[in-house]
Design a protein around this ligand. Structure first.
Ligand code: GAP
Length: 438
């Protein structure tokens, strides 16, 4: 983990937030490479979940909402963690994180730590809106992106041709006043979520069918982006550990360096959200079935993945070390740069000119990295560190016969192809069907 964190900073993948001011715990900034990878992840998720489906539409709701929406959703009352405080140093921890508690107790040895009684701590982040000092409205930054979808349920059915069962997908920032942010980006105070709310008929058989469907669908997505099968598992929530809105809940966990931990959740939310918004807003949130004119509040099967946690899983899954060098094996569709282009020698203008033309032409279709520093070995190693799947080198033979070498990140193999075949060759490689790395 330490090596990955250091590399992420050195190579522009992830930086600590506000670093020059000493940082702000639980915030992270994605750099030139990381922001591209994150965008690719969100784009691919959207393509699979919205673009390629008939039964899903997208939404992009505001982060700031009328605070009544958070009362209705139950977050003001129940979105809490149990907090305990060390009476020696006054650091605060989540009472349900026994490993963190034990590690802290060790730090005070031989003195035995006395803890305060657990108290409930609300995770919603407050903000103040308005221009008049003292008359500003207290609002909440959204603790999950879900609420903006449910409050728009009627708008969506009235403005599109969706019919039950159908879903609404959204990607966006969420904020939580986490008691102990940690494990790099894993538990942050500002993070992104990719969610689907899938509305179904309020029948037990439908609930069971779609809950199982979305569990498997989301697991298959992780496998399709190359996550090792043996490092993924489902973990059902015990009834007492479920969120206040959930009738049933299963996490998909990944084996991080510190053990199996949650990457995403699938929740059967029943009609919790729509019924509460109907009650609190006084607006009718029912769906009228055009086939038989029945009216009902649909149930919701939710899938909710952290963008940052999925990203961290891909880093942990993809990095390997050989002879002290780190290499990131990541799905080519998610890599920051699909291809890198080099002239064999930087001091030969004819090679540089030819390579530059290839670089500029390829930029029409792909993110391309240019490198003319050091020797070819160092350039390959540098591209391996950020996971560039293909490197194209222009050498003296290229001037004779219009061919280049393409070097493959994962196998290290090289192949000679014609310059005008490069775009088609790479498109075919990145779009070929792939499955999990095991
Ligand atoms: N709408 C449902 C919901 O928000 P959740 O289990 O609280 O459910 C869903 O969160 C996902 O959001 C988690 O599985 C995780 O990937 C991500 N997530 C939650 N809290 C996070 C945090 N503090 N930092 C990073 N990601 C977080």
């Amino acid at each position: 983990m330490e090596k990955i964190v250091a590399l992420c900073k050195r190579r522009g993948i992830i930086f600590p937030g506000s670093e020059i001011y000493g940082g702000l715990a639980g915030t992270w900034d994605y750099g030139s490479v990381g922001s591209l990878m994150k965008k690719n992840l969100k784009d691919l998720w959207w393509k699979e979940v919205v673009q390629k489906r008939d039964d899903m539409v997208g939404l992009d709701a505001a982060i700031m909402m009328n605070p009544r929406a958070w009362e209705a959703s139950g977050h003001v009352e129940a979105f809490t963690d149990p907090l305990v405080e060390c009476k020696i140093c006054h650091l605060r921890f989540r009472a349900d994180k026994s490993e963190e508690i034990k590690t802290h107790e060790k730090s005070h040895k031989p003195v035995i730590v006395d803890w305060t009684e657990p108290q409930t701590f609300n995770l919603l982040v407050k903000a103040y809106l308005g221009v008049l000092e003292g008359k500003q409205a207290e609002i909440y930054l959204r603790g999950e992106i879900t609420n903006g979808v449910h409050v728009n349920f009627k708008n969506v059915i009235d403005s599109s041709r969706v019919r039950i069962p159908f879903g609404i997908a959204q990607i966006g920032k969420a904020f939580r006043n986490e008691i102990t942010p940690g494990n790099f980006t894993f538990r942050s105070r500002e993070f992104e979520q990719m969610e689907t709310q899938f509305y179904i008929k309020p029948e037990d058989s439908e609930g069971e069918k779609w809950f199982e469907y979305w569990k498997q669908n989301r697991m298959d997505f992780f496998l399709s982006i190359g996550v090792a099968k043996e490092k993924l598992r489902f973990k059902d929530h015990e009834p007492e550990k479920r969120a206040h809105y959930a009738r049933a809940a299963t996490d998909i966990e990944y084996e991080f360096p510190w053990g199996f931990d949650e990457v995403m959740g699938i929740h059967h939310r029943g009609n919790w959200d729509l019924s509460r918004h109907q009650e609190y807003s006084g607006q009718d949130m029912k769906f009228r079935d055009p086939d038989d004119n029945t009216e009902y509040l649909p149930w919701d099967i939710e899938t909710s993945a952290g963008v940052d946690r999925t990203f961290l899983m891909l880093l942990c899954n993809g990095y390997s070390e050989n002879d002290g060098k780190l290499k990131l094996k990541i799905d080519p569709r998610l890599a920051a740069y699909t291809v890198a282009v080099f002239p064999l020698l930087a001091n030969k203008p004819e090679l540089v000119e030819k390579a530059k033309k290839i670089y500029i032409d390829l930029r029409e279709d792909f993110y391309v990295s240019w490198d003319e520093r050091g020797n070819i070995g160092k350039r390959y190693a540098s591209q391996d560190e950020v996971g560039t799947p293909y490197c194209v080198t222009v050498d003296f033979q290229s001037l004779e016969d219009q061919t280049v070498t393409v070097r493959f990140r994962d196998s290290g193999e090289q192949k000679r192809i014609k310059i005008d075949e490069i775009p088609g060759f790479i498109s075919k490689l990145i779009n070929e069907p792939r499955s999990s790395s095991t």
